[in-house]
Design a protein. Structure first.
Length: 105
């Protein structure tokens, strides 16, 4: 899941995830649904209509590209070994480090 999917970092994250064959749920406003779908988002959530942290869906990774949520608010939507990422303490990641994503598909 990518919160802030229609911003520059969110768009990059969608493209990177899709390159590795990952299913992407994008959180953005309804006016940006066409954009995020056009670059590969499989599902979209309008943050004006739905609180994405209140879903029964479970995710391997929640990436908050806009720093509007926290691990505490997202832990209920993460799988047991799920990862919460935001830009505050995002580690430097090399492309080779992302190869683990292929194990998620």
């Amino acid at each position: 899941m990518i919160n802030g999917a229609s911003g520059s970092l969110g768009i990059y994250a969608i493209q990177l995830a899709k390159y590795y064959g990952v299913e992407v749920t994008a959180v953005c406003s309804a006016q940006n649904f066409t954009l995020v779908k056009s670059i590969g988002a499989d599902k979209v959530i309008d943050y004006n209509e739905e609180d994405f942290t209140k879903t029964d869906e479970k995710y391997d990774i929640v990436y908050d590209a806009i720093m509007k949520s926290s691990y505490a608010s997202c832990k209920n939507i993460l799988k047991n070994d799920g990862i919460f990422l935001n830009n505050k303490k995002l580690p430097k990641i090399e492309v080779e480090d992302l190869l683990f994503l292929k194990d998620l598909i």
